[in-house]
Design a protein around this ligand. Structure first.
Ligand code: GUN
Ligand code: FE
Length: 400
């Protein structure tokens, strides 16, 4: 079967070697223990080349046709990630990570001025390799409020105004983080207000997580037409919380899906789909009202929408990708499911495992409805089922 594009609206390319490594940490201890040391080590170009080549190949193999990437603070290695995405043909928004506080001194920008200049260097580089931003685009990336001074956030808000570029950051992921934002920005009404008062909220802003937003914050996000990247794999892995996706959708806020690897253990958007389904069921289990309990559960069609059209809208590509309408660009993946042969399964060759060496973990018996086949793929499928992937008509991955 053919699936539309797969868009990961929040992924840290630089954290790929840590996928699956998080132990019992929560956001702030996770950043300190695993994340900052790994990211800073990618200032070594050979290491960056090795990691970024692999993460782009790996995400393509999972059907990620478009990714909104965070790189690191390093200009050369961020530029390298953009080069790799362009040569492999993966649509990408590549962000140089901006931070001038919180992280260790060896891994932060010297000053807001230097950080803005370094960010401009990355923008210039991407402009030089893909002038129309047809495949690769820069994205302004203040890491999150606690790692940026007010002066830096203002500088990046100003840069957004000058360039019209998209913005990505984290918001309201973890309760200790929210407390920290309150301490660091005492004059702000809320976490959302910090970004709003620094000119960082608009229709091209992707906000990852949005787990613990207040009604006022959601109203601001809706008014500014920001896009949410729901990251369920990450929110469960580092115990951040369960985002209220139904509430966001009911309020008319645009939602998409992110892996947030390596806060999330997996670079697969399909995994994010199934985790979104499960997290919404956990939200349901915590809901007393019987009708509401049903309502908050997401359906398979809904998570597939978030991963395709929702993702395309989050990155401003809804007119080009996300569907199969005439005139759209060909971003798609071919999914194969195994047909179980009829007859006596026991008659395999000696030493045969009885599975017939098929294409993947999903067994189709032939009596399933179309919807049931899709459901089996969403819950049991993996990259073995992704037989081919195209971006803008180019074959960018083929399973051999
Ligand atoms: N908040 C600030 N930085 C990060 C990060 O790298 N991952 C996640 N999940 N949250 C963050
Ligand atoms: Fe993240």
């Amino acid at each position: 079967m053919l699936m539309r594009n797969g868009t990961d609206t929040h992924i840290h390319a630089s954290q790929y070697p840590n996928a699956g490594i998080f132990g019992k940490t929560t956001l702030l201890s996770w950043l300190e223990t695993y994340t900052f040391p790994m990211e800073s080590s990618l200032s070594d170009p050979a290491r960056a080349q090795r990691v970024y080549s692999r993460v782009v190949a790996r995400t393509l193999s999972h059907g990620t046709t478009t990714a909104a990437y965070y790189a690191t603070i390093s200009v050369p290695s961020t530029n390298l990630l953009a080069d790799i995405c362009l040569s492999r043909g993966q649509r990408a928004f590549v962000g140089r990570v901006c931070m001038d506080c919180l992280s260790p001194e060896y891994y932060r920008d010297e000053s807001p001025e230097q950080g803005v200049l370094a960010t401009k260097e990355c923008i210039q580089h991407i402009k030089s390799i893909d002038p129309g931003y047809n495949i690769v685009s820069p994205i302004i990336t203040p890491r999150f409020a606690p790692s940026c001074t007010s002066q830096y956030l203002h500088g990046l808000g100003q840069l957004q105004k000058e360039t019209g570029l998209p913005v990505q950051t984290h918001i309201s992921e973890n309760t200790s983080e929210i407390e920290l934002v309150k301490e660091l920005f005492p004059e702000s009404k809320s976490y959302t207000d910090v970004y709003d008062t620094h000119g960082l909220l608009g229709p091209k802003t992707i906000l990852a997580h949005a787990v613990h937003l207040s009604p006022e914050e959601r109203a601001t996000i809706k008014e500014r037409q920001c896009k949410i990247s729901h990251c369920p794999t990450s929110n469960s892995s580092i115990t951040s919380g369960a985002a209220q996706v139904r509430l966001l959708l009911d309020e008319g806020i645009d939602v998409s899906l992110g892996t947030d690897m390596s806060g999330g253990y997996s670079p697969s958007v399909l995994e994010a789909c199934r985790q979104a389904l499960l997290v919404s069921r956990h939200v349901a289990m915590g809901t007393a009202d019987a009708e509401e309990k049903e309502n908050v559960k997401l359906a398979i069609e809904e998570v597939l929408y978030l991963a395709t059209r929702g993702g395309a809208k989050a990155v401003g590509l809804e007119a080009k990708v996300g569907g199969f309408e005439v005139g759209m660009e060909w971003d798609a993946q071919l999914v194969g499911l195994d047909g179980v042969p009829e007859g006596d399964e026991e008659e395999g060759l000696q030493g045969d495992d009885g599975l017939g060496g098929g294409t993947g973990p999903v067994d189709v018996f032939g009596w399933e409805s179309w919807e049931d086949k899709v459901a089996k793929w969403v819950f049991n499928g993996d990259d073995r089922n992704t037989l081919a992937v195209w971006v803008k008509g180019r074959l960018v991955h083929e399973r051999r």
